[in-house]
Design a protein around this ligand. Structure first.
Ligand SMILES: NC(=O)c1ccc[n+]([C@@H]2O[C@H](COP(=O)([O-])OP(=O)(O)OC[C@H]3O[C@@H](n4cnc5c(N)ncnc54)[C@H](O)[C@@H]3O)[C@@H](O)[C@H]2O)c1
Length: 398
């Protein structure tokens, strides 16, 4: 016998399995996952997959024994988790239904090519690739793919931004967006296996690696067809990793930047990124000014949403949250949980919307343009980036 426990209420534990089965209906079959890359993010995926109760982790592939040993902590019985000897072996396992790729950025294209041979649903971490050229290769694979191909741009699935996007795009609460402003003040990049995130050639650079999330939010908020046309950025390395060397190579990544993006529909977006501004609390804030009002999100530190509407209309200011079991899963305030729910729904054929390879591409395009603008101290035209990527004339939607 089992039962429901409603917090602070009755403990309803007197039903038979037959009673309970009637409300459960046909239970969804759990998705059996292979996780490729078991570092920090791979482990967040394991943790999240298990907490959704909609998936199990059938096996892992990671060439680093220390990552595998560390991943063991998420499992009640780690001995039953298969440690594959290669990606090919993992994806060929007939007991694997879907694949999560959480390897370093510079490996993504190669790993996708290998995994895609299986035709199984894929959840690929952001940034989709380190360059737009590689990104377009992934778009071509994904758009001919017979199954789900989701990209891990999960900031859209943070509770604050989800509500803000709904108000903006679906309810039209503030009219047409005109100005988008994003501020992130945070801690420096963490240690990684092989320290790949300290080198632009492995990560794509700070504005691709980290800020692809924000450029994706810009693209979403600017409108479903809005095309970025130019990027001007100014930035540098002032504090972090100035003397950092690994295997004889010096770190070359930025730790701060201002990035200005112009869209073909007149929307202007600005990012203020600082990775040495921390100690009291991280800060992550989005402001969208539209023709009929303003939306302000303070995702960090306190998940706040403000909607101010022009005229004498009511406005709103309040706290946004997920249910505790969602918010407490993972290191991203619950967005990884939502990302998994979307992935499993998409696999089940439900009509859900998720970040596609094309979305992943456009977020990398803006990030690459920003990195180049800082190098050249000039405005970078997006059409030039697209041409070089073999993607001239690419649009936001297929
Ligand atoms: N969604 C997010 O907000 C978010 C947050 C953190 C990281 N990420 C992304 O997740 C990915 C992984 O980052 P991380 O922080 O876990 O890095 P990490 O260095 O902690 O882990 C990467 C793991 O991949 C393994 N690996 C390397 N090459 C591999 C290969 N060819 N096949 C299988 N495994 C391989 C490494 O041994 C390591 O264990 C990156 O693309 C990163 O940008 C996303």
């Amino acid at each position: 016998m089992s039962g429901h426990h409603i917090p602070g209420s009755l403990k309803l534990d007197f039903f038979t399995e037959e009673d309970l089965q009637a409300t459960k209906g046909a239970e969804e079959k759990k998705i059996r996952l292979a996780v490729i890359g078991a570092g920090a993010m791979g482990q967040e995926h394991i943790w999240t997959a298990l907490r959704t109760k909609r998936a199990v982790v059938r096996g892992l592939y990671d060439p680093n024994e220390l990552s595998l040993q560390s991943a063991a902590k998420w499992f009640a019985d780690y001995s039953s988790v298969i440690k594959y000897r290669s990606i090919a072996e993992a994806v060929a396992d007939p007991e694997v239904d879907a694949v999560i790729i959480a390897t370093p950025n510079y490996t993504h294209l190669e790993v996708v090519q290998e995994v895609a041979a299986s035709g199984k649903p894929i959840l690929l971490e952001k940034p989709m690739t380190t360059t737009s050229r590689e990104g377009w290769e992934v778009v071509k694979i994904a758009e001919a793919y017979p199954s789900v191909f989701q990209v891990g741009l999960e900031y859209r699935q943070k509770c604050t931004y989800m509500l803000a996007i709904d108000e903006l795009n679906n309810r039209g609460t503030i009219g047409k967006p005109c100005m988008i402003s994003m501020i992130e003040n945070r801690f420096p990049f963490l240690d990684k296996v092989g320290q790949w995130n300290k080198f632009s050639k492995y990560s794509g650079g700070t504005l691709v690696e980290k800020c692809c999330h924000y450029f994706d939010l810009f693209n979403v908020c600017a409108g479903p067809d809005a095309l970025p046309v130019s990027v001007y950025a100014s930035g540098g390395a002032a504090v972090n990793f100035l003397d950092f060397e690994f295997r004889g190579e010096k770190s070359d990544i930025l730790d701060h930047a201002f990035v200005l993006v112009e869209y073909d529909n007149g929307v202007r977006a600005c990012l203020n990124e600082c990775m040495f501004s921390y100690g009291v609390a991280d800060s992550e804030e989005l402001i969208i000014n539209g023709t009929a009002g303003r939306i302000r999100v303070v995702d960090k530190p306190d998940h706040k949403l403000e909607i101010w509407r022009r005229g004498n209309l009511p406005s709103f200011c309040g706290h946004v949250t997920f249910p505790p079991h969602v918010a407490e899963t993972g290191n991203h305030g619950g967005s990884t949980f939502l990302e998994h729910e979307t992935f499993y729904d998409a696999i089940a054929g439900k009509p859900v919307c998720y970040p596609t390879a094309r979305d992943g591409f456009w977020s990398v395009v803006v990030g690459e343009a920003a990195e180049r603008s800082i190098q050249s101290k000039a405005i970078v035209k997006i059409s030039d980036i697209l041409k070089e990527a073999g993607a001239a004339g690419a649009t936001r939607r297929v």
